[in-house]
Design a protein around this ligand. Sequence first.
Ligand code: MG
Length: 253
Amino acid sequence: MKLLFVCLLLGSLAMTPQPPKTKVIAHRGAWKNTNVPENSIAALQHAIALKCYGSEFDVHLSADSVPFVLHDHSIQGVFIEKTSAAELSKIKLSNGEALPTLESYLLAGKNQTQTRLILEIKTSQLGKARSLALTKKCVELVTKAGVASITDYIAFDFDVCLEVKKLSPRAHVQYLNGDKTPGQLAAAGLDGFDYHFSVLQKNENWLADAHQRKLSTNAWTVNDETIMQWLMDRHVEMITTNEPEKLIQLLNK
Ligand code: MG
């Protein structure tokens, strides 16, 4: 009888669904511990080699409407949005790579399905029309490169998020700015949030609320083990980090 009880207990424990493991997203690729420039194709390749769930990167539009991958609005004193693609293509990163166009970056991430391409559409400093023009270009290039099935979108501009869903209804889109509740994101038809971890610490119920609404949850940019663990304890779906190696180790503890 006792044995039967133990068997039943073990059986029911085995059948209790465990929350899925938190997924690792390399912020601007895996660059910090590999000594390559952030947002370089080399950083993307390192994130793929680490088997990260995703590799994040940032995109701006050149003066003549070609999207380039980099974080800041300018590089080596050159303002991206006011410079032609021909001029930008002459710029070299510190590892000798050319400043990647979005097209070259997407093609480098193609032919693998391990690591998702997490495309951040940056907000233009020249106005909303340019942010929306960049959005359209990004969706077009993702389709053209044949990587739609492995690409997700993030943006700080709520209108940009809505525009991606309009242009590509099946695309997965997360909002970055932290000022919308899970209810507001769901009502707008977005897929989830990617919020700074401090927003989630301030609004402790947002993770549970988002899970209930079947929204995806992602926190940036978490490099500290204590905060990683705080988020994992609350079943955050993804963590975006400059330290993917550290997070992988923590997940495998
Ligand atoms: Mg970014």
